[in-house]
Each structure stands twice: as C-alpha cells, then as structure tokens.
Design a protein around this ligand. Structure first.
Ligand code: AMP
Ligand code: ZN
Length: 467
C-alpha cells in the first residue's frame, strides 16, 4: 500500500506498527448542524481508504470522534462554541442539538454506505481523559494559566508546526492581529477554558483549573490515545485541519508522551462550490437530504466523489452529479442483467483476476479511485468475460467502492423520464386523440432524440430508455 503522507509531502510505502494491522483515527463531525456534502466527501474518502486496507488484507481499527463541545467558530481560540451558538439560535438545548445532528450524520453515512467506525467516541463522554492529558502537560511544564484559561505554550517544544511547515519566525513577526491578549505566543492555544466570553455556557465540568470546558484540539489527542495507544499508524481529516487543528494535536500529544505520535497523515482535499470551499459558515452549502429531495440517490454522490482523486479539489455541480447518476445507473443495469443469468464465479478466470489485480493496484497506489473506476468499466464492457466472471470481479471491486452493486436490481437501473419528457408524452397522446398524427409523430421523434422510445401498450403509451 502506498500513501501520500502529509508529514513528508511524499508518497510512501505504508509500513504498519503491528504487521497486518492498521490503527486509524479520523476527526469526526462537529454536530451543531447538518454535515454538508463537502464534509461527507472527506468521510467517503476515509471509508474508501479503510476498505482499501481491508481489501489488501489488513485488519483495521477505525476510531472517529464526535465533536459535541469546544469547537469554536474560529479555528484559533476566537469566536463562540459552535454548539452553544446553534442552541442559542434555535432555542434548543446543546444536548438536543448534539443528539439531533449526530443522528442525522449517521443517517447520511448509512445512505452513503460508509462503514461505521469500530469506535465512535463523543467528546463530552471523555472529559476526564482530556483533564488527565492536560494535567500531564502541566506536569511537563508545557502549560500556563492566563486570564482563567489554561494554554499550551508552543515555545516549550522545538518542532511546533512541522506538519504544516509553519515558519515560526514569520509568524512571530507577521502582521496577524491576535485577539487573545492572554497568550504569550500568538500560536499558543487553549487546553481548558474557564473564562469564557460566553458566560452561561451550558456544557461545563469541574477541573483542577476551575469549572469550564475543553479546547477543541485536546479531545482528539485524548480519545485517539485512549483507543489506539500513544503511537498509532494513521490520522486522517480534511486539509483545512492541517495548519491549526492537527498541528495543535501533534504539539500537545508529542509534548505529553515525548515521542512520535502518528506515522502517517492523510488529508482529503476540498469539495468546491463554485470556486470556493463548500462551507457552513458562508451558508453556501448543500446537504445530502437536499440532493435526495431532488431525486438523487446518496450513492450517486458517492460515485461522484470516486470520480476525483482524494488529493484533488472536486467541483460540485448538478451536471457532474447527473453524469455520475447516469454512470451509476448504467452500472447497476449491467450488473442486474448479469445477475439475472448468472451467479458470481467462485473460481474466476485469469482474465477476471487480471482486472481485479489492476483495480487493487490502482487503489493501493495512493487510492487511485478514478483509475479504479476505469478498470471497473473496462471489465464491465469486456465482451469476452463470462457473466459469472463479471459479477465476481464487480463484487470484488465493490468491496472498496461501496456502491452496493450486489444489491443491484433491474428496477433501480431503469432511468426514469424527466418532467419534460412526461409532458411531451401526454401531448402526444392528446395529439393522437385529436387525430393530429403529424404532431404525434413529431413528438415521438423529439422524444427519440432525447433518448426515449415511445411504446404503445394496452394501458397507454409509456417511455423506454433507448438502448
Ligand atoms: P466539521 O464537522 O466542520 O468538523 O468537519 C468535518 C470534516 O469535513 C473535517 O475533516 C473537515 O476537514 C472536512 N471538511 C470541511 N469542509 C470541507 C469541504 N468543503 N470539502 C471536503 N472536506 C471538508
Ligand atoms: Zn481532530
């Protein structure tokens, strides 16, 4: 398995700490709102990565957190707790908000056929683990208290910012205006807040430093180490986590243990809306239920994500999603046809095995999903393969792609005519009734051009997709 490691900025051979096993931590959602499809792109990438490891024969322990406290509206320590803000704006309690959006998130994941991580851990269930870690940092001389908050002092370590390749001299002399005058270094960050700008914060816990709540970054360090140990293989997230969140996670984890924390860092690129990152804060975002409401299947979106490499930006558009839907339906139709006449072969031919190997090679080479899809299509269209071989190869590939191909049914593969086509069909029926056969024929030709054949049946005219 080869993977691009953000830490080295190179594609590296993956060497696990324990042979045959992968320990993987992924930053989870902040549950103050629906996940948008940009967030979901990152979770799909992580799911495909985990499935690829499993296809390659590794067993994977996958841990993901749920951020239900401490994530401020600014990635630095500025702004307001996202959960509290959402609660205030909607008149609901923070706990209600967390429960509601956590459920909504897992509904989306299920619809996208994302395998649930082995361990899903909520920040609010792990406050004591965070306090213990902060205590350890305090004992090691890495913290200071100022203005009531406990800060991590980045000047107590000598490699702060190594993941993002931050130039600390530039940062110190830079023009960044620091909002928090309590900080000794502008890049220091809060481990524990007691002195919130937002008095009346609902989520508060007792701690050695007073009643308060944790900073955002400490949760991922505390929970990943609790479930995966102080040194594990792989940490994933979206690229926006590199400069602050993951940088601070590394600083505090390695300061606490005195050793390397994570071997491989993998980051997914953004989904773009227009030319900008899809983002909740700008309000310009789309959710999965919105797409489903427009008649798309969640798996159309999963297919769309697979058409781009995870390290490239992907531009969302309805045209591109339509193309993904058409391709996925074509695939489902083809598999359903094979299923109607054959069972997947238990001893695939050399040709089928070669397709499977080419697919695995593409995926194991830094997750080449677009190449993997093209191998799949080549195999689907290969007339020399038997239908049982085709099914065996398709199911093998789908263990990684996650498009639920083994559930393909002829019904689902059928494309439905759009509103305009149905209107034309009605108009043709009316024209025939009025004996305007020239008009009826013209409409039939128009529908043909649009890809639909009119079939007259005893119960009326219907449309069938041209083959
Ligand atoms: P959040 O719920 O805001 O904590 O984000 C969940 C995940 O989505 C994080 O790993 C982010 O890095 C990632 N993310 C946020 N915006 C985008 C985007 N436009 N495209 C892809 N991933 C994103
Ligand atoms: Zn995290």
């Amino acid at each position: 398995m080869k993977l691009y490691n953000t830490m080295s900025r190179r594609v590296e051979d993956f060497v696990p700490i324990v042979p045959g096993h992968v320990s993987m931590y992924c930053c989870g959602p902040t549950v103050y709102n629906y996940a948008h499809i940009g967030n979901l792109r990152t979770f799909i990438f992580e799911d495909v990565l985990k499935r690829t490891f499993e296809q390659a024969g590794y067993s994977v322990k996958h841990v993901m957190n749920i951020t239900d406290v401490g994530h401020l509206t600014g990635d630095g320590d500025d702004g307001e707790d996202k959960m509290e803000k959402s609660a205030r704006e909607t008149g609901r309690s923070v706990w209600d908000i967390a429960e509601f959006y956590t459920k909504a998130f897992f509904r989306d994941e299920e619809a996208l056929n994302i395998i649930r991580p082995d361990i899903v851990c909520k920040a609010t269930d792990h406050i004591q683990d965070m306090i213990d870690l902060i205590k350890r940092l305090e004992d090691g001389g890495h913290t200071y208290t100022s203005g009531g908050n406990v800060y991590f002092s980045i000047d107590t370590i000598d490699d702060y910012g190594k993941l993002a390749k931050l130039n600390l001299d530039d940062l110190r002399s830079g023009a960044r205006i620091e909002v928090d005058s309590n900080k000794r270094n502008p890049k220091d960050f809060v481990l524990w807040f007691t002195n919130s700008k937002f008095a009346g914060q609902a989520m508060m816990w007792d701690s050695p430093w007073g009643r308060g709540y944790p900073g955002w970054h400490i949760e991922c360090s505390a929970m990943s180490m609790k479930y995966l140990g102080e040194h594990f293989d792989l940490h994933c997230g979206g690229i926006d986590a590199i400069p602050v969140h993951h940088t601070n996670e590394i600083a505090q984890s390695e300061a606490a243990t005195g050793k390397t924390w994570v071997n491989y860092w993998c980051h997914g690129e953004f989904l773009l809306m227009g030319n900008a990152k899809m983002s909740k804060s700008t309000g310009s975002f789309v959710t999965l239920p919105v797409l489903e409401g427009e008649g798309y299947d969640a798996l159309d979106y999963r297919y769309f994500c697979l058409t781009g490499h995870y390290r490239s930006q992907l531009k969302f558009s309805y045209e591109a999603l339509d193309a993904a839907r058409a391709a996925r339906k074509g695939l489902v139709e083809r598999i359903a046809a094979a299923k109607a006449v054959a069972e997947p072969s238990s001893q695939p031919s050399e040709a089928a095995k070669a397709y499977m190997a080419a697919f695995d090679d593409a995926m194991m080479n830094d997750l080449g999903a677009p190449q993997g899809l093209s191998v799949l299509w080549k195999m689907i269209k290969d007339g020399s393969l038997s239908e049982s071989d085709r099914l065996a190869a398709a199911y093998h590939m789908d263990r990684v792609l996650g498009l639920r191909l083994s559930e393909a049914s002829a019904e689902e593969g059928k494309e439905e005519a759009g509103e305009e086509e149905l209107r034309l069909l009605e108009e043709r029926t009316a024209a025939k009734k009025a004996k305007d056969f020239a008009r009826a024929d013209a409409i039939r030709d128009e529908l043909k051009k649009r890809g639909w054949t009119v079939k007259d049946t005893p119960s009326g005219a219907v449309l069938e997709k041209n083959v």
